[in-house]
Design a binder for this molecule. Structure first.
Ligand SMILES: [Zn+2]
Length: 170
């Protein structure tokens, strides 16, 4: 049931113009997640948009292939974006990712000075952007990206559920 008194940022209902604005970028991130799935990787995908909304980096989880513990979709996409800009600061940029970032990726998005973090499915077991922790909105840090949660959350979550179901029974 919708609660109209959730205050700023508390929305999230279908048809929300802020959420809808990030749907095309989330679809791109979902495409990356599906590629990860096809490669046998946990299906998480990400894109980074510049201030004008143009895609400047894409990434998908590649921990198995790269044998890299930091090979999360967000890190891969942020590295690609920084490389494209020739600059470690991603000021004004938006990270769009299919799953709520973990502590490492939430920390990296603060380090990168991202303007905004947009995610799909909530990660109740390891999420660090509102679930277990809220690293990006911690007032003790001097940079706090804006957060837009649960864009295409059902679709993003369903892909993960499908992956883990296959892995268990496949
Ligand atoms: Zn992560």
């Amino acid at each position: 049931m919708a609660d109209p008194v959730t205050g700023p940022g508390g929305g999230g209902a279908a048809g929300d113009p802020v959420l809808d604005g990030f749907v095309p970028a989330m679809r791109l991130a979902l495409g990356e997640a599906r590629e990860a799935f096809a490669d046998g990787e946990i299906p998480v995908g990400a894109v980074v948009l510049d201030a004008s909304g143009e895609v400047i980096g894409t990434g998908r989880n590649d921990r198995e292939r790269s044998a890299d513990p930091t090979g999360h979709a967000e890190i891969v996409a942020m590295r690609a974006a920084a490389s494209a800009l020739g600059e470690w600061r991603l000021s004004g940029c938006t990270l769009v990712v299919t799953l709520e970032p973990c502590t490492m990726c939430a920390g990296a998005s603060v380090q990168a000075r991202l303007a905004r973090v947009v995610y799909g499915a909530v990660d109740l077991k390891a999420g660090a952007v509102g679930s277990l922790w809220d690293v990006v909105r911690d007032r003790r840090l001097n940079h706090r990206p804006e957060v837009v949660a649960e864009v295409l959350a059902d679709e993003c979550g369903a892909l993960l559920t499908e992956f883990f179901t296959h892995r268990r029974f496949g």
